[in-house]
Design a protein around this ligand. Structure first.
Ligand SMILES: [Mn+2]
Length: 353
């Protein structure tokens, strides 16, 4: 904060709040209101309300819990004045315009500046304890998927299968799914972020699973593409290509490489085979307390990769109206290359759908 010239920091993003304070509350609505941290040079506050009082006092170690009424911005303004803050940083990627304007009304005389990068940088490099939690979440996801393969058969709907998968995660010890699971079959598998439907899964078509369990606040994120029965030859072609692109990236990613170059490792393979336009998303993203966090392995970013970063490697090819293939693993950047975080290597070593 000192280096960034910020005296006080307002933390509104749930994963940053939990990372800094241990307070686990989460309100999934757009105007997230389960609490805000105010970090100042001398004191740290968690501003929340009656609904969260007990939880805040138990969980937020090292933070003074301050109750606010319906106008949290007023309470934050009072604390900022009382601690004589000369500037305030805020998370521009998670705050409503309404709340931002209320802060300005409360604190008309001090600069209020964007500081989201300061917080996402803190979570960029994972320590050994965090890696352990991520691997546990990942191992649990793999187990839940194995149970799901036994449940899966033609005629079951995407929603039924997705529900089974998420229940398996919880039964195996997860807090819950880290994000809404994707089970997309047939033409739905051509939609990279499909939502499960009542469509009955058929044989001979691609089925994309994209899911991850959350455990101790940390999430997993992996994708599998499978086919019930015999895959048609177009499926074999794109599956092999996606796997080849993924392996090329996993073998080539190392510290010092920039994220756009990492993306290119896989994209070049897919483009050379003529499927460039069918791979419209980034190669991967950081994972931790948030499902999508820095660094983005994207053509449009050039973050230098460093040991301790955890990223997904998830190339995909989507054919409109027919289906698609996405394969996603999680890796940690090490001193020399990457380490695959999976426990179950079956899929990774499986060249065919
Ligand atoms: Mn992902």
């Amino acid at each position: 904060m000192t280096r960034a010239g910020i005296r006080g920091l307002l933390v509104t993003r749930p994963e940053n709040r939990r990372y800094l304070s241990g307070y686990t509350a989460r309100d999934t609505q757009i105007d997230e209101s389960s609490g805000r941290l105010l970090v100042t040079p001398g004191r740290q506050y968690l501003v929340t309300d009656f609904r969260y009082r007990t939880q805040a006092e138990v969980e937020a170690r090292g933070y003074e819990v301050v109750m606010s009424g319906p106008e949290a911005a007023r309470t934050i303004g009072e604390l900022a004045r009382r601690t004589r803050l000369k500037s305030l940083g805020y998370e521009e990627d998670l705050i409503t315009v309404k709340f931002f304007e209320a802060l300005h009304r409360e604190l008309p005389d001090i600069p209020i500046e964007p500081a989201a990068g300061l917080l996402s940088d803190l979570r960029l490099l994972k320590d050994a304890g965090e890696i352990k939690k991520i691997r546990r979440a990942l191992g649990l996801t793999e187990k839940a998927l194995r149970e799901t393969w036994a449940f899966l058969k033609p005629g079951r709907t995407e929603i039924e299968v997705a529900r089974f998968l998420e229940e398996a995660m919880v039964r195996l010890g997860a807090e819950g799914p880290a994000f809404e699971s994707i089970v997309a079959s047939g033409p739905n598998a051509a939609l990279p972020h499909a939502v499960p439907t009542r469509r009955k899964i058929g044989s001979g078509e691609t089925i994309i699973f994209d899911c991850g369990a959350r455990l101790d606040g940390y999430g997993a994120d992996i994708s599998r593409t499978i086919v019930l029965g015999r895959p048609k030859s177009w499926i074999k072609t794109i599956y092999r290509l996606v796997r080849q692109a993924q392996l090329t990236a996993i073998r080539g990613i190392k510290p010092g490489l920039t994220s756009d170059r990492a993306d290119a490792l896989a994209r070049d393979v897919i483009e050379a085979a003529g499927f460039g336009p069918n791979f419209g998303h980034a190669l991967g993203h950081g994972v931790g307390m948030a499902t999508h966090e820095a660094p983005a392995l994207s053509r449009f970013r050039s973050t230098r990769l460093e040991p301790g970063m955890v990223v997904t490697v998830e190339p995909g090819i989507y054919i409109e109206g027919r289906g698609g293939v996405r394969l996603e693993e999680m890796v940690m950047v090490t001193e020399k290359s990457v380490r695959l975080l999976n426990r179950d290597r079956t899929f990774y070593e499986w060249p065919e759908p």
